[in-house]
Design a protein around this ligand. Structure first.
Ligand SMILES: [Fe+2]
Ligand SMILES: [Fe+2]
Length: 304
């Protein structure tokens, strides 16, 4: 495995705000700045948020230059991760957008009475519009090395006995159209990023982790040949989970070590976030809009 030289992750869009002047949202977007395995500086955008205006506002306030972004990766096809793909691709001068083949498929939510609402990637953020902005959409369910040393997980194997996609909070069902057929949407497109940072160790960055945070870390270990994961940043979709579910997750997460850094955010929810803090008091780092995590350096402060 090629190790990357350094990694710096800036939270561009997130639910929590702690820095005056920045704006929060139910959504996620990260900027990864790294020195890749060949020694070249790279910029990757992972997910593009839920509300375009606060995301672009934060990008401006944080003085992020999008013109030299190398590529965009979409963790999955939900609207809170994909609203500003076209704008970012345009600002980057036309770049590749990596996504699972299901990301741009039609999605619906059907309530108990059979009434449907549109789900998935927002209108105007589809493949044609991304290509119209000069981008190139790369659809694959396989792991991909997007820049030397930084990989996607590809579609994540669901191997744990307890992790399952949470049902819609208001009942009903999620539907996706695959190969022209409507099927139950198990959010198979959910994927994450993983890498090994020279002198530090393996790191994983998730979007929503609908496949389960434990399944996600197991997949990174399998692909990278790791026997531990030192850092984990991103959504966990532990929001609304039962105490028993949280306990099972915490127990399984301890098995990865997570010695250096655990920074859950977005769809983790307050309850699970506090449980994770208590379970990993040394590694926990609160995430919020504008948080900068330089892997291998002590984040200041870890918790506000
Ligand atoms: Fe999601
Ligand atoms: Fe999400």
């Amino acid at each position: 495995m090629n190790k990357i030289g350094s990694l710096r992750v800036t939270t561009l869009a997130e639910n929590l705000v702690q820095i005056s002047g920045l704006q929060g949202q139910w959504g996620l977007s990260f900027l990864l700045e790294l020195v890749d395995a060949r020694g070249r500086s790279r910029k990757v955008i992972f997910d593009t948020g839920n509300d375009r205006a606060p995301l672009m506002h934060n990008i401006g306030r944080l003085n992020v230059d999008l013109s030299d972004v190398d590529c965009v990766v979409l963790s999955h096809g939900h609207g809170d991760h994909t609203v500003a793909t076209v704008e970012i691709v345009k600002a980057a001068g036309g770049v590749k957008v990596y996504a699972h083949p299901h990301v741009f498929q039609p999605r619906f939510y059907e309530d108990r009475l059979g009434r449907r609402t549109r789900g998935g990637v927002p209108e105007g953020e589809g493949i044609a519009e991304i290509e119209g902005a000069g981008g190139e959409v790369v659809l694959t369910a396989e792991p991909r090395e997007i820049v030397p040393g930084l990989w996607t997980t590809g579609q994540i194997q669901r191997v744990t006995a307890f992790e399952r996609v949470s049902p819609p909070s208001s009942g009903g069902k999620r539907i996706i159209v695959v190969d022209g057929e409507e099927v139950e949407d198990r959010i198979l497109d959910d994927q994450a990023l993983w890498t090994e940072v020279e002198g530090v160790g393996p790191f994983v960055i998730t979007g929503c982790a609908h496949a389960g945070p434990v399944n996600t870390l197991l997949q990174a270990e399998r692909l990278g040949g790791f026997n531990k994961v030192d850092g984990f940043i991103g959504g966990t979709h532990l929001v609304g989970r039962s105490d028993a579910y949280l306990e099972q997750t915490l127990r399984a997460l301890r098995g990865f070590g997570l010695k250096l850094l655990l920074s859950p955010c977005h769809c983790t929810g307050f309850k699970a976030t506090t449980r994770l803090w208590r379970a990993f008091p040394e590694a926990f780092v609160l995430n919020f809009c504008g948080r900068v995590i330089e892997v291998g350096k002590e984040p200041e402060p870890r918790v506000v």
